[in-house]
Write a protein that binds this ligand. Structure first.
Ligand code: AMP
Ligand code: GLY
Length: 435
């Protein structure tokens, strides 16, 4: 049997809805051998063997992979990538889907990302990077309508303040330098505030070949009408009709240029490159890059993909990616996130979850678990802020949205909270976006 057709044992690192969506797709592959999730959640336990591993400890991950004859390690979240887990596994001879620590700096350092964007001629907000509050505040005052203040390092999505005034910007700058984000805030990027609809464009790459996935749009704010505090994401849909064909062409080209620049600079990028864009009047501009699949974007993008995901991720890890490995269905997908009351602030856990099987019985519905766990008796309990993502696929956006809410209403737990307006702007034009 040729090596590429042999069954592969796969270990997925992470415990969110994104990892559950990856595992569901891997589990459907005819080339899958054994499937492991570390640490996984209450949903992944039905598909894979959950294992308690320190996923940011490269030596521990590599030792486990060796011991269990893992062929491919798929890294879900950014922290293990920035910590160099992919490098340690590769050095031990294990194939990895996910960038090296150096390439993961595209997410791990906003200054590094901006430098790569400059080198690759990528449109982005005007910016400067600072190590002193005085200079940062002086630059912030140059922007009349406010600006955006970003801690340079990883802050779990909390390190960005979109400031409407110089005073607000100064407050954010001082908080950063006063240690609000620890080391991650020792360098601060101040940038121009852009406006327009946001759009995510994920691409898969083996370091040279780049295959763009479908567009998607997250809803980051906690409350309906896109207000309230930022969250990890409250819901998402795919594709994104407000992105024109020209916008998509440009976003795809941006991801390709960045992958080419990383290779040219000697740190080839392998894995999923997540481009976060704003569709401005001057065309798409990059807000950020992430070095991994988006969460919850993956929960609408992967279900729409027609491919053997083991083959595709293996091809990325071995420099053999071919665009013909991936096809798309014409359906729409909408995913609604069910959270614990209080999220993104403090919340209670350990609540009994009911109705998952009933929701999954609806044709076109998939339930992805995030903060869930099974207790010793096999009962499904809440174990996090974002608990469950309900994804629905249908031939039209309206049908997909309706089905997602129909399924979401069948699931229950004490304190269940959701936004009822996911996709409320999906059919708007750019001109009417902010009305
Ligand atoms: P980031 O983590 O850099 O993507 O920023 C988080 C969120 O802040 C983005 O999804 C945008 O909603 C907002 N944001 C970031 N940069 C800008 C910008 N230059 N102008 C306007 N909004 C921004
Ligand atoms: N949905 C935003 C992220 O994955 O960072």
């Amino acid at each position: 049997m040729c090596a590429s057709a042999a069954k592969k044992n796969v270990l997925v690192l992470g415990s969110g809805g994104r990892e559950h969506a990856i595992l569901v797709k891997l589990a459907a592959s005819p080339t899958l051998g054994e499937l492991w999730a570390a640490p996984g959640n209450g949903g992944t336990a039905n598909l894979a063997r959950n294992v308690d591993l320190a996923i940011e400890d490269g030596a521990a991950v590599a030792a486990f992979a060796k011991e269990h004859a893992i062929d491919l390690v798929v890294v879900g979240p950014e922290a293990p990538l920035v910590a160099g887990v992919a490098d340690v596994c590769r050095a031990a001879g294990i194939k990895v889907f996910g960038p090296s620590a150096q390439a993961a700096r595209l997410e791990g350092s906003k200054t590094f990302a901006k430098e790569v964007m400059e080198a690759a001629d990528v449109p982005t907000a005007r910016w400067e990077s600072f190590t002193s509050a005085e200079e940062a505040c002086a630059f912030a005052r140059e922007f009349e309508g406010g600006c955006v203040v970003k801690a340079d390092g990883l802050c779990g999505g909390k390190g960005v303040v979109v400031a409407s005034s110089a005073e607000e910007a100064e407050e954010a700058i001082r908080a950063c330098f006063d240690g609000a984000f620890g080391e991650a805030g020792a360098v601060v990027v101040v940038e121009e505030r852009l406006s327009g609809p946001e759009c995510s464009l994920l691409s898969l790459t083996d370091g040279s070949t780049v295959v763009a996935l479908a567009t998607s749009q997250d809803h980051k704010r906690a409350l309906e009408g896109d207000v309230g505090p930022n969250t990890g994401g409250m819901g998402v849909y795919s594709p994104v009709p407000v992105a024109s064909e020209a916008d998509v062409t440009e976003m795809v080209a941006v991801n390709e240029r960045v992958v080419a620049e990383m290779a040219r600079a000697g740190s080839p990028y392998v894995g999923c490159l997540y481009g976060g864009f704003m569709l401005t009047e001057e065309g798409p501009k990059v807000l950020e890059f992430n070095c991994r699949f988006g969460d919850p974007e993956t929960q609408v993008v992967l279900p729409r993909m027609d491919c053997d995901l083991v083959e595709v991720l293996w091809a990325c890890a071995t420099g053999t990616l071919d665009p013909s490995m991936i096809r798309w269905d014409s359906d729409w997908a909408v995913s609604v996130v069910l959270t614990s009351a209080g999220y993104p602030g403090s919340y209670e856990t350990g609540k009994l979850i009911t109705g998952v099987e009933e929701a999954e019985a609806l044709p076109g519905v998939t339930v992805f678990h995030a903060g869930t766990k099974l207790d010793a008796a096999g009962a499904l309990l809440t174990a996090g802020g974002r608990v469950i993502d309900v994804t629905a696929q249908a031939p039209s956006f309206e049908e997909a949205r309706e089905l997602a809410y129909q399924a979401a209403d069948l699931i229950d737990f004490e304190g269940k909270t959701l936004r009822r307006d996911i996709g409320h702007r999906a059919m708007r034009s750019k001109e009417a976006w902010d009305e």
